[in-house]
Design a protein around this ligand. Structure first.
Ligand code: ATP
Ligand code: MG
Length: 416
């Protein structure tokens, strides 16, 4: 009889994930708003899974997933794959500091002990764990046993239940956390780090200039990580750039969308503008003049679509168009603020981050970019604004920009 009741006290039906909010927790009066946004985002990303729910409780977010959703019979390997897939989705939510897959039980020493044994048995089976240490915390101060004693007693229970294990307080294979809360207790090992940042939708909207390169997907991701919604613009020079080059950019954008949600990408043919520049302006100014047109078009689109700022993947000194002087002349073409989150990073760091977020492999696929069409042999690295303005005076800038925007194509980017 008692055995039966005790079984019910350990949750064996669900995977439980404890999700910790990072900076969100520091937001004072706005905390409930940020937490709600974070929870909404988690719910949205987990919609594709059956039998999953998420909710807030005592400053944490809990995600519960039935091991086998109703109507399905998953074997152990399938359940594990489901657990990993859910974990991966939660890991993509900005604002998540860390995630712990946990086991849940009733808040009694006996049930916690039995859960800890079950947890360690699995660790021995799956990973050949030999040593452990227990770290206990009691959020419920009315719980009759104090934290150090919980640690000692649960440690003893594990030693008794798992004969092959030894305690190692310095370098244990498994550090077992025991979190005693008012209604339920949790046993877990890992604190898998999230990306941090702030929940999407808490910081305006940016118009991101998205190329097919390594940098701009990363810069877009970084602004989205600070809670910014994304809209994008991509320039091509068809037929000098191919349809396949554009498809690559769309696929790249889809990878970014797995983090920032679906967004619109304005696709603009820059060729008529490039041809006018090549025909009428000094060759060494081509790059900077093209860049100023890109910025102005992006700004028009930003204003028409409720964006607060522009985003580029520019980085100080990386190429001729990114010297301090060139960036100043580029900025002078627009009035909206231009965010360049990569400005102080080294290329190797940007590449590492691109790898981490999963855009790198797509970015290095070799396709043409509109910037490499009509590339001058010796681009001006220290352009002077008055000279550039003089060159632009030979062009019908307004007309060219208007025509470019009128011929835009809009692509709906969905998460990959
Ligand atoms: P990326 O790796 O992002 O292409 P890059 O190092 O090649 O950057 P540039 O070609 O000078 O540098 O481009 C600088 C920034 O200008 C890009 O990060 C991007 O924001 C924007 N940009 C460049 N080409 C395009 C394009 N075809 N469409 C939209 N934006 C572009
Ligand atoms: Mg590029």
């Amino acid at each position: 009889m008692t055995e039966e009741i005790r079984e019910e006290n350990i949750n064996n039906e669900e995977f439980i994930f404890i999700v910790r909010c990072g900076e969100v927790a520091l937001k004072g009066m706005n905390k409930p708003y940020f937490e709600r946004m974070l929870l909404d985002r988690i719910k949205k990303l987990l919609k594709k899974f059956d039998g999953v729910r998420a909710y807030r409780h005592e400053g944490l977010i809990y995600v519960r997933a039935e091991k086998s959703p109703e109507g399905m019979t998953l074997d152990k390997a399938e359940q594990l794959a489901r657990k990993q897939a859910i974990l991966k989705e939660i890991g993509k939510v900005f604002g998540v500091a860390s995630i712990s897959p946990a086991m849940e039980c009733a808040s009694t020493m006996e049930d916690i002990g039995r859960t800890a044994v079950a947890y360690m048995m699995e660790a021995i089976e799956e990973r050949g764990v030999k040593t452990f240490k227990v770290e206990a915390k009691r959020a419920d101060k009315n719980f009759p046993v104090k934290s150090p004693d919980i640690g000692r007693q649960i440690g003893a229970a594990v030693l008794k239940g798992c004969k092959v294990l030894k305690v190692d307080v310095h370098k244990p294979d498994v550090k077992l956390f025991v979190d005693v809360r008012h209604d339920k207790s949790y046993v877990y090992q890992d604190k898998i780090p999230g990306f941090g940042g702030l929940p999407l939708g808490t910081n305006g909207k940016g118009m991101s200039l998205l190329s097919g390169g390594i940098d701009s997907p990363v810069s877009t991701w970084m602004m989205a990580k600070r809670g910014m919604m994304i809209e994008a613009v991509h320039f091509h020079s068809f037929p000098y750039t191919s349809q396949r080059a554009q498809e690559k950019v769309e696929q790249l954008a889809s990878l970014v969308a797995t983090y920032c949600g679906r967004f619109r990408m304005h696709v603009i043919n820059l060729l008529p503008i490039q041809e006018q520049i090549v025909q009428n302006c000094p060759e060494e100014e081509t790059t900077i003049l093209v860049r100023r047109f890109m910025m102005r078009i992006a700004e028009e689109l930003a204003k028409a679509n409720g964006c607060n700022m522009l985003i580029t993947g520019e980085n100080l000194g990386q190429v001729a168009s990114q010297t301090a002087e060139a960036l100043v002349v580029t900025d002078a073409s627009v009035s909206l603020p231009v965010m360049r989150p990569l400005i102080g990073m080294d290329k190797t760091d940007i590449m590492d981050l691109a790898q981490e977020i999963g855009t790198y492999e797509k970015s290095i696929e070799p396709y043409e970019d509109c910037c490499t069409v009509f590339l001058p042999k010796h681009p001006a690295t220290k352009p002077k604004l008055d000279r550039i303005l003089h060159s632009e005076s030979k062009l019908d800038c307004e007309g060219l920009i208007k025509a470019a925007i009128e011929s835009e194509e809009i692509v709906e980017i969905r998460p990959a």
